[in-house]
Ligand binder design. Sequence first.
Ligand code: NAD
Length: 527
Amino acid sequence: MSTQTLPAEDRLTREIVSYDPATGAEIGRAPLAVSDEVKAAVSRARAAQPTWASRSFRERGRVVLKARELLLAEREEIALLVSRETGKPVAEALSMEIVPTLDTMHYFAHASENLLRPQKIDIGQYGLMGRSSSIVFRPLGVIGIISPWNFPLATPADEVVMALMAGNAVVLKPSELTPLICLKLGELFRRAGLPAGLLEIVTGDGSTGAALVDARVDKIMFTGSVATGKRVATAAAKYLTPVVLELGGKDPMIVLADADLANAARGAVWGAFANSGQACASVERCYVAEGIAPQFIERIVQETRTLKQGRGSDAAVDVGAMSNERQLQIVSDHVNDAVERGAQVLTGGRRGTNAVGLFFEPTVLTNVTHDMLIMREETFGPVLPVMTFKTEAEAIRLANDSVYGLTASVWTKNIARGKRIAAQIEAGTVMVNEVVYTHGIAQTPWGGVKESGYGRTHGRLGLLELVHPQHIHVNRISFLPDLWWFSYSPKAAKLFQGLAANFTTGSIFKTLRLLPQMAKRLYRLLQ
Ligand code: NAD
């Protein structure tokens, strides 16, 4: 289960160090697994998987529920570790990581059997010929999971649970910035009685991730940036390894004139600043109807100014540190670019005053345009740029003017109008009067369109990514040849013409017209 131990002489150079971004203090270290170690982990997973797949859903569920029990019992300590490794408030580690993970564990431990029940397929008139078809969902084998740092527990844990429940083994490569929380996840499953080899955790950096893609697993579940996602898809193509890509976003929020103003403003502020804006589904662009813009903007500025920023371990803190210097620099560059091009900073706009930690003040910008980086590229930080629109059509056009398509939201009291607009937005999920949180619903699919990636996690669609649908076709009339078998003749061709004109209409009555020809051909085939 644990990462292979490195040779003693290599330990110092081949380790990754985990830091608390709020203080810069080292929290711990983890091995940097190299290619051979990754391959060995995949071999162990492959050896362990068939026995696991032969276990019933109930037995697999029992292990997941035991791990859930341990997570629940140790939630405070684990939330603190998540907070320390990422900088996010403990409250967010609980509400946005531990609660959804517990929910996912509960749901898939109980529902997977039903979700993966074999399905009969209606094969129309072939059924009258004694044939039947069904789909049986088989595990894929070994699933490689590569995960980012922004939700270091929930993102990999959800996928681990789904993969295990589907009968697979997992090799998990967590982000180099947050290795400790995934090692903890591995420990929970080990203590829950998961047999060795079924959850291998290989800590390391991008080179470890690349080694996992190269280790010929049966599917890669990748969550991360668009740039890395493209590299992973390219590398996976070498072995035609299928990939699910959960990539970045530039998620729009459309606030219509009839929206509940107070709630929409609070939703915008939470959607933009929760997790310090480091959620793939964060509100990164806000479009508000011109008529209500002054009141709406005033409210979001007021709300933003009340937010308390500081160390995530402080229970009264709303917005924590950012997770790494590179990301903070991107945020700073986007804000500077916007300001240079005429954006107005209504609040925030600079690095936090804490000299050590990686803080960026929650920032509200107006006078922004789609020429600015802040409206085009993923910022992944606590910035809420607001633009106005005159018409519904303009709002939809602006929302769709992006290479990304992960989530979007529409705010209106008119639900029918909200749904009508949702249907015109290019995004994997569109919420009406909600933001961000549906990743936390175990039953609903998660994933994007355009450069936000392809494939799904969560819900039945997510579970189906982790199995292969095997088609079983049976002909119960085992003594008769098929009409279309050898040998061919002018009469056979005439029958096939008749099949083309009649059988393919799906009408049994039309097909019955061919009965005499069919009987004669069968007779001939049996001679
Ligand atoms: P990243 O792409 O830098 O890294 C993601 C993971 O890939 C890490 O574990 C990293 O070590 C690994 N990696 C790096 N190079 C690799 C390579 N060549 N081959 C294989 N693996 C490699 O992303 P990040 O900075 O850790 O995470 C932030 C990004 O993740 C943002 O763009 C965010 O939008 C996205 N994200 C998307 C979702 C979603 O569900 N769509 C969820 C969370 C985060």
